[in-house]
Design a protein around this ligand. Sequence first.
Ligand code: NAD
Length: 363
Amino acid sequence: MTTSKNIMLLAGDGIGPEIMAEAVRVLNRVGVLYDVDFTLAEGLIGGCAYDADGTPLSDETLAIAAKSDAILLGAVGGPQWAKTAYDKRPEAGLLRLRKDLDLFANLRPAQCFEALADASSLKREFVTGLNILIVRELSSGVYFGEPRGIETLDDGSRVGLNTQRYTTHEIDRITRVAFDMARKRDSRVASAEKANVMESGLMWREDVTAIQAADYPDVALEHVLADNCAMQLVKNPKQYDVILTDNLFGDLLSDVAAMLTGSLGMLPSASLGASGPGVYEPVHGSAPDIAGQGLANPSAMILSLAMALRYSLGMGAAADKVEAAVAAALQAGFRTGDIMADGCTKVSTKGMGDAILDQLGHT
Ligand code: NAD
């Protein structure tokens, strides 16, 4: 029997619509291959939403998104909205989406495709076969903790203040995501904090240790100081399977890991809550410098779709197939400009979509 799924498409600004169009082609092919009826709803987010509705994410769009099974998001932002009020900026739409859906877990895989190993900043032998998953807490920590602000002291000097704060509940739920993910991979978690100098880090370490002992004895746990983790990522990244970390350290460590893979145009991400739809989006931004020219690499968007299939739509086999199709298209030598190499065939955004669809096959 045909199953049906509701997918919200928020293409956003810049190259967002171009890469989304290719992801939709792949999604439709997956629907045919796996006999799933995808009902697609399109909405505006970011600068285009502000131009149309005066807000970067309208209540109506949010309501439709919240009821969907998964949300695919392109990218938001561009220089034309740089002077827009802070709460109306394109990024404010993203933050509202994350907050309203209580997306506390950010998943960023750093996977090095064999065909792109030479594009990494590290030598090929350090990155070939690299497959790390960074699980970053997204909704708490120093980016949200109170008190915060900039104050003027009695002597006229100023103090800037942010607060690192984590509750047991917040640590518990992100830790369980990391351990659950590890069970589907190589069953190893490295938890990164600064227990040596931060009480919040010490508590994080104690809580993670207790959760592992009680509920995940089958998953190996190692604790690593976040600064050492950054060094290890550059020295020997393949030692890691899942890295569990907080909002601030995750922001930095995921960017370090991203560069090991060689290209921004290849990096997907997922943001998940306790229930409800996840948001799946490329790591890169709206690339205004190449927007509208058919130059964008749609792979990160298509790999984000693969994550949606795996984590929100219960279609793990389809996710594997899409990822394999992207790898095979690269292996066959097809490249957008951002990842072009000697001897390869340069293709447009649509051309890359065609190459991936060719590898996906037909019924
Ligand atoms: P960017 O990621 O948009 O672009 C950085 C560089 O990488 C550019 O040269 C761009 O052409 C290239 N690039 C990015 N994605 C590519 C792709 N798929 N294929 C080929 N080349 C690609 O970062 P930026 O230039 O710093 O930011 C541009 C805008 O995007 C800003 O308004 C920024 O605020 C916004 N932004 C949005 C998000 C998001 O929506 N989540 C994330 C980061 C930046």
